[in-house]
Write a protein that binds this ligand. Structure first.
Ligand code: DAH
Length: 344
């Protein structure tokens, strides 16, 4: 029996040596040390032994077991170490490789221009306000001195939602809404950016949906010269200090007098070129002194208060600054177009 145990021990050691994976090693352990293993088998036959032999066989069996266990532990530690080394090797990172390029988005050019214009007016003491895009006929027209059947309504073909609700055709209704909230007390000094809608056919310079920024300044003693000063400061901040403005008489129902504002052409510096249609000037916005009727309808006393207002198209300002020749580029979102504004 002693001989058999020795053989088993040798066999086990050989198999441990050959086991190359943790799984194979575990199989060896189960095979030799498990409940159904050959050593247990040998011990079962001990009953037939003499009292003298029994302790010797028992002792040998324990020795063999312990030895096998020891070798198993050693080998297991060795295999684990090897596995860890292989894992580290496989997962090692070459820090000298170039990194993957991460595609970064950017603000849409129109968002950037709106924010830039807002910032300029904030610097001039204006507050930024917004109003609804689905507007009532009252605020979009009536409160701006455009009663039903007024011919000037035709200047802005509209999308009606119901008989007295429409997609606003201009940001001017925010003027009336804001003045109402002030309950007849100035100053009101706001700019209002937002989307507007007109029933126009889209082409290089027209879009059925575009952006405007409205401005309104109502207080005691506001004069036309204030309007001119603010607009000149704005234009020079936006386009550059070398640019100037001029005012031409115009008509808007909500202002009296009304003006069209031109900025000197930055391409030819007044010489005349294709961009300014050989006039040296580019029309950029509409403005004027708030009509007394408009002040009155929104709760301001025109004897006590006066104000100026202006409205501009954001796309036009963006196109002029960045030399964009088609308004549709802003809305078709060609990534090659948008990518150019990453740093703008
Ligand atoms: N609402 C006008 C338009 O869409 C632009 C405008 C002109 C706004 C004169 C004003 C203004 O506030 O005073 O054509």
């Amino acid at each position: 029996m002693i001989e058999r145990l020795k053989e088993l021990g040798d066999e086990a050691l050989q198999e441990i040596k050959e086991a190359n994976t943790i799984k194979a090693l575990e199989d060896v352990r189960v095979k030799y040390l498990g409940k159904k293993g050959p050593i247990t088998e040998v011990l079962r036959g001990m009953g037939k032994l003499s009292a003298e032999e029994r302790p010797k066989v028992g002792q040998k069996a324990n020795d063999v077991r312990e030895h096998i266990q020891e070798k198993l532990d050693e080998k297991s530690a060795e295999l684990e170490k090897k596995a860890l080394e292989e894992k580290l090797q496989a997962e090692s990172v070459d820090v000298t490789l170039p990194g993957k390029e991460i595609k970064r988005g950017a603000r849409h050019p129109l968002t950037a221009v709106v924010e830039e214009i807002e910032d300029i007016f904030i610097g001039l003491g204006f507050q930024v306000t917004e109003g609804p895009e689905v507007e009532t006929d009252y605020y979009n027209f009536e409160a701006l001195n455009l009663p039903q059947e007024h011919p000037a309504r035709d200047m802005q073909d509209s999308f009606y939602v119901t008989t007295d609700m429409l997609l606003r055709t201009q940001t001017s209704p925010v003027q009336a809404r804001t003045m109402e909230k002030h309950e007849g007390k100035g100053p009101v000094k706001i700019v209002c950016p937002g989307k507007v809608y007109r029933r126009d056919d889209d082409d290089a310079t027209h879009s059925h949906q575009f952006l405007q920024i409205e401005g309104l300044y109502v207080d005691h003693n506001i004069r036309m010269s204030d309007l001119k000063g603010i607009l000149e400061a704005f234009v020079q901040k936006y386009f550059g200090v070398d640019r100037s403005i001029r005012l031409r008489p115009s008509f808007f129902p909500f202002t009296e007098p009304s003006v069209e504002v031109d900025v000197s052409c930055g391409i030819c510096e007044g010489e005349g070129c294709r961009i300014c249609k050989h006039t040296g000037w580019i029309e950029v916005l509409g403005a004027g002194m708030v009509h007394p009727r408009v002040l009155e309808m929104s709760g301001f006393d025109p004897e006590e208060y006066s104000g100026f207002a202006f409205g501009m198209g954001v796309e036009r300002f963006a196109m002029l600054k960045y030399g964009i020749d088609d308004i549709r580029h802003f809305y078709t979102n060609d990534i090659r177009f948008l990518d150019q504004f990453k740093r703008a």
